[in-house]
Design a protein around this ligand. Structure first.
Ligand code: SF4
Ligand code: SF4
Length: 176
C-alpha cells in the first residue's frame, strides 16, 4: 500500500500518540469526552449503528476481492503501509466496546504492520483503522470496474457512506 492515513480527507501527516504516555493521555481524554456526550450520544450511537451495518455489508465483498487478488500479490500493502488510529477510530471503537485498543498501530523493524498475521490482518474490522477498509488497491479497483454491474461489489459507495458518518461523529464529538 503506498497510501497512508493522511490520504483520507481529514487525516494528518504524522503518526499521533506513538509514545505510550501520549497514547494514555489521549485515551483518558477520549474516555472523558465520550462520557460527556450527553444529548448528542443517541445521535452518535445511531451513526455508529449505521457504520456497523455498512461494515457488515462490505465484509463479504471485500473478503472476496482479497481472496482473488491477495494470494498472488507481490506488493502486499500491509507489509509496507503506514497506518494509524485516528481520533474517530478510537471514539467509535470505545463507544461500541467500552474498550480502547492497547496501543497505536506500529510497524516492526522490517516495516511490517504489527497486526499482520499469517492469514492477513488479525484485527476484526471495527478494530482496524478505517483507512484499512477505505483503501482499495489498484488491482482490486480494476476488478471492481470490471464487475461494475454486480450489486454485490457496490462497496465504494458504502465506504463513502462510512466516511461521511465518521465525519458527523467527529463533529458531534468536538461539540462536547
Ligand atoms: S489488498 Fe491489494 S495490495 Fe494489498 S495484498 Fe491484497 S492485492 Fe496486494
Ligand atoms: S491494521 Fe490490519 S489491515 Fe491495517 S495495515 Fe495493519 S494488518 Fe493491514
Amino acid at each position: 500500500m503506498t497510501t497512508t492515513a493522511r490520504d483520507e480527507p481529514g487525516g494528518c501527516w504524522s503518526v499521533p500518540w506513538i509514545h505510550q504516555p501520549d497514547w494514555h493521555e489521549m485515551l483518558q481524554c477520549t474516555g472523558k469526552n465520550c462520557a460527556r456526550l450527553g444529548g448528542s450520544r443517541a445521535e452518535v450511537m445511531g451513526h455508529i449503528d449505521a457504520i456497523i451495518m455498512l461494515y457488515e455489508e462490505v465484509e463479504a465483498p471485500l473478503s472476496r476481492l482479497c481472496e482473488v487478488t491477495c494470494p498472488t500479490c507481490n506488493d502486499v500493502c500491509c507489509l509496507k503501509a503506514t497506518v494509524w488510529y485516528d481520533q474517530r477510530d478510537i471514539i467509535i471503537y470505545h463507544l461500541v466496546t467500552g474498550l480502547f485498543p492497547e496501543h497505536q498501530i506500529t510497524r516492526s523493524a522490517k516495516g511490517i504492520c504489527c497486526n499482520l498475521g499469517e492469514n492477513g490482518c488479525r484485527l476484526p474490522r471495527l478494530q482496524r483503522p478505517f483507512i484499512c477498509t477505505w483503501y482499495i488497491c489498484p488491482e482490486q479497483t480494476t476488478m471492481l470496474k470490471r464487475e461494475a454491474g454486480n450489486p454485490e461489489v457496490n462497496i465504494l459507495e458504502k465506504i463513502h457512506q462510512i466516511k461521511e458518518l465518521r465525519k458527523r461523529i467527529g463533529t458531534l464529538y468536538l461539540q462536547v
